[in-house]
Design a protein around this ligand. Structure first.
Ligand code: SF4
Length: 273
């Protein structure tokens, strides 16, 4: 029987948060694509206001100095020294599959499908033996499951043919796999291999623009901005802390600034205290 590593985000905030996020993932979930969809539906001004005014040409508050940035991450660290993701996996391969399946889906929903799936298919070889049709059936409760099943089979085949059945450790190699983009690669590198990568989801994107830590108009701009300013000791867990903060405290429509442990350092003009 496979050992399931059930990791769970601990919020580390001063309040007790719901164990099941309403919207999102482990790295979580409201995905960038989802965020993009939201932007299309919402008036540009509203979406911009929710994220803050940071970014090139923006008139939002200035990024805090290095000492303040360090203090922000010190507080996140002290509140939650070892933040974890919510997706369940048993090895780097199943983590890769779980993250690939989690696009535009909740971690809870993905875990529900992958628990029985990974019990019978926790390697690329076993996944190929299972076949696309049975995989499709196993994940049919997850959005976009037809395309995701196709990608998982294709990436499993490529892992065997090109990487000896192992998950590669570099972003460049990971991104060559079907259905694997920069964010998925960053998550796998961080969680499976301990790399100090920063996977930018919609929560992190919003928080980084609001505080502001690394204002930017694209996830990549925010990722690169954070890489420049996050102190090295905090780099490994930076994205977990910021995602959790955005999911449970600095929420999109109504940030809980009164419960925020950095509310004295945040410069978001619309903060609620
Ligand atoms: S003070 Fe409010 S807006 Fe600023 S980071 Fe905290 S929750 Fe977000």
């Amino acid at each position: 029987m496979s050992l399931v590593i059930a990791v769970h985000y601990r919020t580390g905030m001063r309040v007790k948060h719901p164990s099941s996020p309403a919207g999102g993932p482990a790295v979580s979930k409201p995905r960038q694509a989802k965020a993009a969809g939201a932007s299309r539906k919402a008036p540009a001004k509203t979406a911009s206001a929710r994220a803050g005014k940071g970014g090139k040409g923006g008139k939002g508050p200035a990024v805090p100095d290095a000492a303040t940035v360090a203090e922000i991450f010190r507080r996140f660290h002290d509140a939650n020294p070892e933040p974890k993701g919510e997706l369940e996996y048993v090895n780097p391969y199943t983590l890769l599959v779980a993250v690939a399946l989690s696009a535009q889906a909740t971690d809870v929903g993905v875990n529900k499908a992958t628990r029985p799936l990974f019990a019978i298919a926790d390697t690329p070889e076993k996944m190929l033996a299972l076949g696309e049709e049975r995989l499709r059936e196993a994940i049919k409760t997850i959005g976009l499951y037809r395309n995701k099943a196709k990608n998982v089979i294709a990436l499993s085949r490529q892992l065997i043919e090109r990487f000896g059945g192992e998950v590669p450790r570099s972003r460049e190699e990971l991104e060559t796999l079907p259905g694997v983009g920069r964010k998925t690669a960053n998550v796998v590198m961080n969680i499976a291999f301990g790399a100090p990568t920063i996977a930018v989801d919609t929560h992190l994107f919003r928080v980084a623009n609001r505080i502001p830590l690394a204002p930017g108009k694209t996830p990549l701009a925010v990722e690169l901005g954070l890489e420049k300013i996050v102190p090295e000791p905090y780099r490994r867990h930076a994205h977990h802390w910021l995602i959790l903060h955005g999911r449970y405290v600095c929420k999109a429509r109504k940030p809980d600034c009164g419960r925020c442990l950095i509310n004295d350092l945040c410069r978001y003009e619309a903060k609620t205290i």
